[in-house]
Design a protein around this ligand. Structure first.
Ligand SMILES: *[C@@H]1O[C@H](CO)[C@@H](O)[C@H](O)[C@H]1NC(C)=O
Ligand SMILES: *[C@@H]1O[C@H](CO)[C@@H](O)[C@H](O)[C@H]1NC(C)=O
Ligand SMILES: *[C@@H]1O[C@H](CO)[C@@H](O)[C@H](O)[C@H]1NC(C)=O
Length: 425
């Protein structure tokens, strides 16, 4: 039995290692695409006017083409406790704003924290657009973009009172620039009144949609062969996988764009797409010119799409149409399958095999003992025979005679007990 325990431990160890490798592979798969950097060609930092936190009130930044917001006080390297700063950006008529969040070095906040209770940065507009983040940013990777819907944006920075003297942080640096509301945002590509941008990040599909949403865009649909050719030419040297708005989350096997419009036949490469019970999100590889369905929880770069000259409707992240509902459940379900169910089945098999091997060895040792006295041949030996051979002197137990066995070990009932258990009818 010692050997089978060793085998078991070894197997558990191997299972652990391969599970970790799997997770690491997926992350590497996301990181792999960072060699090419498409997004961060930005204005010369030295030319930018700097707007620090103002002690006496909001900083008004009216009709400035570009500039830099720095969330600490001028002349300081770190932000103070209890800071409350606000910058009102007004791009002017017919213009919009794009912010590049270049840096946010804030005091630690726990991963599930509501950022309002910690040092945080917030970007809002009068129409209710809202982005708020603290040090822990599940979806954002530095740096990231935010685009306004209208002419104005407000940036707010707040720090709490609990910033110890020995723990100090420089805070946030946000570059902004205004752009003509009738053109694509800076760094986006324009094609026939549509704007595209490739975000060179490693994000799961739903986070990709959130990243696009910060720029008033959605995960991209590609609606014609011409669009596909244009994108493939533009990103021909990008070798990583790129998420599109393609998915079959609502109805498995029915591939749609994120706005629920059908994706069937939009361009040639789509016809090769195969649906799969574990792959519900579509990604493109521009270098290879291929589109495929993949696990929505793997990481890839992101292609966003928005319309030129007007605001796109932001679409909700489609949910899986299963009994249990949403993506999180499905993710957990899959984790359960990989992490618990499969190992348990294998474990069970190993235990069964170990028991069989153990019994078989016992059987052979019994056999050799019995060979002189027994005329049984090997072929007639079965498990029942082995168990009786193991216990040659044990009393036989029959269902209709339970007392025959128990009376050998247990004291006979007293007169009273006999009366209670055997009432006279
Ligand atoms: C700081 O706020 C005060 C009061 O609101 C204002 O007069 C001043 O111009 C502001 N400074 C800057 C740099 O915006
Ligand atoms: C934008 O800000 C400017 C200056 O603060 C203000 O006059 C204007 O009314 C604002 N526009 C909108 C649409 O909120
Ligand atoms: C797409 O369809 C699903 C169900 O068919 C619905 O729940 C979802 O709201 C729709 N999404 C959009 C953007 O229309």
């Amino acid at each position: 039995m010692n050997e089978s325990i060793k085998l078991l431990l070894l197997w558990l160890l191997l299972a652990e290692v391969s599970y970790e490798n799997l997770a690491k592979l997926q992350i590497d798969n996301g990181r792999e695409k960072r060699s090419v950097n498409y997004n961060f060609k930005d204005p010369e930092p030295d030319r930018l006017v700097e707007y620090y936190c103002n002690r006496s009130g909001p900083v008004e930044i009216v009709e400035q083409a570009e500039g830099k917001i720095i969330t600490r006080f001028k002349g300081k390297s770190f932000y103070d406790n209890n800071q409350e700063c606000q910058w009102n950006l007004a791009a002017g008529p017919g213009r919009r704003l794009q912010i590049l969040v270049e840096q946010w070095r804030l005091q630690y906040a726990p991963p599930q924290a509501l950022c309002d209770g910690y040092d945080h940065i917030k970007v809002t507009d009068s129409d209710g657009f809202f982005a708020s983040w603290c040090q822990v940013l599940p979806i954002f990777e530095s740096p990231f973009y935010i685009s306004s819907r209208g002419q104005n944006l407000t940036v707010i920075f707040q720090s709490d009172q609990s910033n110890p003297k020995n723990q100090r942080y420089p805070g946030g640096v946000l570059r902004f620039r205004s752009f003509d509301a009738n053109s694509c945002p800076p760094n986006w590509m324009e094609y026939n009144d549509v704007c595209f941008t490739l975000k060179n990040v490693g994000q799961v599909w739903s986070d990709g949609q959130k990243t696009c949403n910060l720029e008033q865009a959605n995960l991209a649909s590609i609606e014609s062969q011409q669009e596909f050719d244009f994108l493939q030419t533009s990103y021909s040297d990008f070798s990583g996988n790129v998420w599109l708005g393609l998915n079959d989350k609502a109805v498995f096997g029915l591939v749609k764009w994120i706005d629920n419009s059908s994706a069937i036949g939009a361009f040639k490469a789509l016809s090769a797409v195969k649906t799969d019970p574990f792959r519900h999100c579509g990604r493109v590889n521009f270098k290879k010119g291929t589109v495929e369905m993949a696990d929505c929880e793997t990481k890839a770069a992101v292609l966003c799409r928005t319309e030129k000259g007007k605001l796109s409707k932001i679409y909700p992240i489609p949910l899986f149409k299963t009994d249990k509902g949403n993506e999180e459940d499905s993710k957990k379900g899959r984790g359960l399958l990989l992490g618990v169910l499969i190992p348990s089945i294998v474990l069970l098999l190993i235990i069964i095999v170990a028991i069989l091997v153990y019994r078989r060895r016992d059987k052979f040792s019994c056999l050799s003992k019995n060979q002189q006295t027994s005329k049984r041949s090997d072929e007639n030996i079965n498990l029942d025979a082995v168990s009786t051979a193991q216990q040659p002197t044990a009393p036989m137990i029959f269902d209709d005679q339970p007392q025959a066995f128990s009376h050998q070990h247990v004291a006979p009932p007293t007169y009273e007990e006999a009366l209670q258990s055997d009432p006279i009818p």
